[in-house]
Design a protein around this ligand. Sequence first.
Ligand code: SF4
Length: 360
Amino acid sequence: MTLQGIFLDPRVKEAPICAKILDRQRWVPVRLVSSPPLPKGDPFDFGKRRLFMTLGEGRALRPCPGTKRYICCGYQILHLGSGCPFDCTYCILQVYLSNPYLTVFTNAPEIIKQAQREITAQRNRFFRIGTGEFMDSLGLEPITELAPLLVETFSDLDNACLELKTKSVFIDHLLQLPHRKRTFLSWSLNSPEISESEEKGTPSLEERLQAAVRAAEAGYPLGFHFDPLIYYPGWQKGYQKTLVLLKDYLAGATVAWISLGALRFMPSLKAVARKRHPETRIFLGEFILGLDGKMRYLRPIRVEMYRRLYAELKEIFPETTIYLCMESELVWREALGMNPRQAGGLAQMLDNAARRVIYD
Ligand code: SF4
């Protein structure tokens, strides 16, 4: 990843992580500024090549803002920055973030420590934690190299697991770490066509699967996320190709969970995404407004896609927990023939899946 500029918040210029990053990026122009200006033109395009180092404020751990209207996975978010160097056409960050820059919280080590204190203070509770609400968990890793600290911190915790959800393949510096299966490395997958046309700047599907193989060989538990599933002519064949690759590369690996989530987006995303990516066709289908205020495919389409992928994935990974992201009980029943409430709820199902892997 080539940066074209760095904005440095004067409050953090003495932070050790700044010195490390600035040393690695010593050819990149740096500007001291507490609030970087909003660029003209396409702020996201501009922001994806510029880093902002600042202070993270607020609580270390926050519940993922799911909605009561759909079944939510009960994740906790560890917020260490925002933005992503990749440029997926469907990326929700295009409308979520008011700050378009690749943003790193230089007090990340303190935030991680604070999370560690919260977790150890509540030994009777199990925490499933992710970092990827406003970023790809490893998207900025070539610049920050924060993941080793996360992996090592979580390796000491007995009532928590961390999921690093990514499209990146920058994981080789994690392979030798003593992770104790507390960190789950998970990759977003799609059909090869969608990956190529809609996930700009990301490693190819096969590169991601090869990274997953390296992670599995290093003993890391894995996860996969088919999200967003895109409905397009020939989707069956497209996703079939991915399933064949997944089987070839990873049948027999420890895969804790696989999620399925059909494309959904804030209504405002369509105009922004089509302006930034005029060639994309993924917003041309028929959508309805869901109870969470997001546009989604009609229910029969979602059910058809979930049903098909679920059946095939169960054949490849019979022990893996396969779940739907932000769907109703009705869709769960129609597509998967089950209601997560019978298993204690989705959050419980995923906690159990994590514990099975960790304590195996
Ligand atoms: S990898 Fe994730 S965060 Fe990054 S652009 Fe794609 S969807 Fe957005």
